[in-house]
Design a protein around this ligand. Structure first.
Ligand code: COA
Ligand code: AMP
Ligand code: ZN
Length: 436
């Protein structure tokens, strides 16, 4: 097994050499993409000839790819290889019409693991470390993405997954966990549980590194987690469409996340005009995969808002850094590390005959537990029924929402016409989490 994941021929290139490498990989990717039904049709309708892409700046001549394209061509429309070459599939939550599917060949899994191992190595994790991976396995990419990278690097990896807090703490104590991967909201939640148990992680545990990602969080949260657990926190960014985690990661200097530019070409655009923005300006992050075999994505609009941090990083890596994610240019929200579109909630509610036309989603943080409250107006007829009927309906809505969005909401049934109505476009989402 390789024991170093610092590769100066990839990570410390001169910009000119990095760009020649990117161009070469981009042309390979474009040629490969023509095997996919989506890009074949898209490029032909835009009259795109790959031989016109003479240098990296010509990337801007190519059309964007969106999540809606992934939905419209679900499940196989982006494949560039035959199905027998695929070894993995991750699917987002959502019913038909909303879900997206991402496929990986064996080589894609290896490249992903290599990039993840590079992230972990960059932040000082080494064989001998005990790594507890506390994010969702299964269809979430966070669990398996980190898992394969950690094993490749040679860390003793505990696939503890999400939840089950007392067991998480027991594992940390019994096996002297030194490195954790944890969703920020869960890191805060777990603090409460440590306090309830009267345990001080700084005294009782051996933690030294924590990777936090999958949802937005502030510098203040980083500081709280660092102080409480006695760890150094590194920000980790990724999205399932780009493999999962391992797209951008902080180095020891914690001054923005290096995007692995030998695997992804990074652009930031104005989400309204779709024009590229100069380094330093906040806009929407657009990524092009240049190392993916089974399902390349070209100029993918992530909808995540950030900026490229101008200047060089003191660590010596040449790969550009992006700032902490500052929000989204669409209405997706994330709770407990799970992505949700309000339309998913609406579709579930509107399929239930007893539900009226008005509803609200309120996100709150109480005692460090994130809560999603769905207030639903029911029809006149239901409200005069007995209590048992209302309870059954409430349970049914919880159950149907959970199976669509994966988190358990609190559902409150409300009398018809009792929820406030606004003039113009109804505001459905009220995110009060920052207010405590
Ligand atoms: N990550 C991990 N565990 C979490 C969590 C989070 N973000 N938020 C809550 N939990 C814990 C809770 O503390 C609880 O454990 P405990 O009772 O032993 O303390 C347990 O998960 C269930 O919590 P609950 O609030 O009832 O869960 P839910 O039904 O609303 O949500 C989860 C279910 C937690 C399993 C789901 O939110 C999840 O899997 N989150 C992780 C998603 C993820 O890994 N994303 C990464 C994407 S790459
Ligand atoms: P998923 O496809 O489920 O892995 O979710 C990806 C999305 O999670 C991204 O598009 C971001 O919106 C969000 N995300 C991932 N990592 C971070 C991070 N470090 N900070 C803020 N948001 C993040
Ligand atoms: Zn750096």
């Amino acid at each position: 097994m390789k024991n170093t994941f610092w590769n100066p021929d990839r990570e410390a290139l001169k910009r000119k050499d990095l760009e020649s490498l990117q161009y070469e990989l981009l042309i390979d990717t474009l040629k490969r993409s023509l095997y996919s039904p989506f890009y074949r049709e898209k490029f032909s309708s835009y009259g795109i000839d790959i031989s016109d892409i003479k240098d990296l700046s010509d990337l801007q001549k190519l059309p964007f790819t969106t999540k809606q394209d992934l939905r419209d061509w679900y499940p196989y429309g982006f494949l560039t290889v035959s199905k027998d070459q695929l070894v993995r599939l991750h699917v987002s939550s959502g019913t038909t019409g909303q879900a997206t599917a991402i496929f990986y060949t064996q080589r894609d899994i290896e490249t992903w693991a290599e990039l993840m191992a590079r992230c972990l190595y960059m932040t000082g994790a080494r064989p001998g470390d005990v790594f507890q991976n506390m994010t969702g396995y299964g269809l979430f990419t966070g669990g398996l993405g980190f898992h394969y990278g950690a094993e490749k690097l040679g860390l003793l990896t505990i696939p503890s997954g999400a939840g089950n807090s007392k067991r998480q703490i027991q594992l940390m104590r019994d096996f002297c966990t030194t490195v954790i991967h944890i969703i920020p909201s869960y890191a805060l939640r777990l603090m409460e549980i440590f306090s309830e148990l009267g345990l001080d992680p700084k005294k009782e545990l051996h933690l030294r590194i924590a990777y936090l990602g999958a949802e937005p969080y502030s510098e203040e949260v980083r500081q709280r987690v660092q102080d409480f657990y006695g760890v150094k926190v590194y920000n980790s960014y990724g999205l399932s469409e780009m493999n999962g985690p391992g797209v951008a990661f902080e180095c020891e200097f914690q001054q923005g996340m290096h995007v692995w530019e030998d695997a992804f070409i990074v652009e930031v655009i104005d989400p309204d005009t779709l024009e590229p923005l100069p380094d330093g300006e906040v806009g929407e992050l657009v990524l092009t995969t240049i190392s993916r075999e089974g399902m390349p994505l070209i100029r993918y609009r992530t909808k995540d808002l950030t900026r490229i941090i101008p200047g060089d990083c003191p660590c010596g890596r040449c790969h550009k850094r992006i700032d902490r994610i500052q929000g989204r240019s669409d209405d997706m929200f994330i709770i407990k590390g799970v992505n949700i579109f309000p339309i998913q909630v609406e579709q579930v509610l509107m399929s239930i005959p007893e539900v009226g036309t008005n509803y609200r989603i309120v996100l709150k943080k109480e005692k460090n537990i994130d809560q999603m409250i769905v207030q639903v107006e029911v029809t006149d007829k239901v409200f005069i029924e007995d209590m048992r009927h209302l309870q059954r309906l409430q349970k049914k809505i919880v159950h149907e929402l959970k199976s669509e969005i994966l988190v358990t909401p609190i559902v409150e049934l409300v009398e018809p016409n009792k929820l406030p109505r606004q003039a113009g476009k109804a505001q459905r989402l009220f995110d009060l989490r920052k207010e405590g």
